[in-house]
Design a protein around this ligand. Sequence first.
Ligand code: GDP
Ligand code: MG
Length: 151
Amino acid sequence: MEKTLVILKPSAVQRSIVGEVVSRFEKKGLQIVGMKMVSLSDSILEEHYSHLKEKPFFKRIKDSMQVSPVIVMALEGLEAVEVVRMMAGPTNGRKAQPGTIRGDYSVSVQENIIHASDSPETAEAELKRFFLENEIFNYPSPAFVNLYAND
Ligand code: GDP
Ligand code: MG
């Protein structure tokens, strides 16, 4: 089993599509093992988007992540990191396939609805960044056997 971090960005919160997006993950079979609403500080965003800090649009990204609180989620499943990235689609909503979250709800590079961890290593670091240990839950999922069968 693998865990991954999803952030429902202000572009999801302000457009009132949080429920729809969360519902997609539930219907897919991913287990919600952590979820809360938070306001993101400058320092957490500077860490989270450190790979972009030299970019001319860095301040815009930071501002856009602070126009409202966000929802941070921890999702668990087999190969959850890859599954969730596939569901998110590529960064640019205009280039994302219909059927993906960004493809269905976004026409923007920046306002692209969700963040999703891009590797198991990143996911581990990102979950630690946004959740305390006791905010991630381990509980039985009755659907588990039916969801995965053997693999
Ligand atoms: P992701 O992993 O698909 O979210 O993409 P990145 O890690 O490359 O970028 C993080 C976030 O920064 C993206 O989800 C966008 O919200 C934003 N971003 C990335 N590239 C650009 C850009 O060229 N312009 C603007 N305005 N925002 C960008
Ligand atoms: Mg990224």
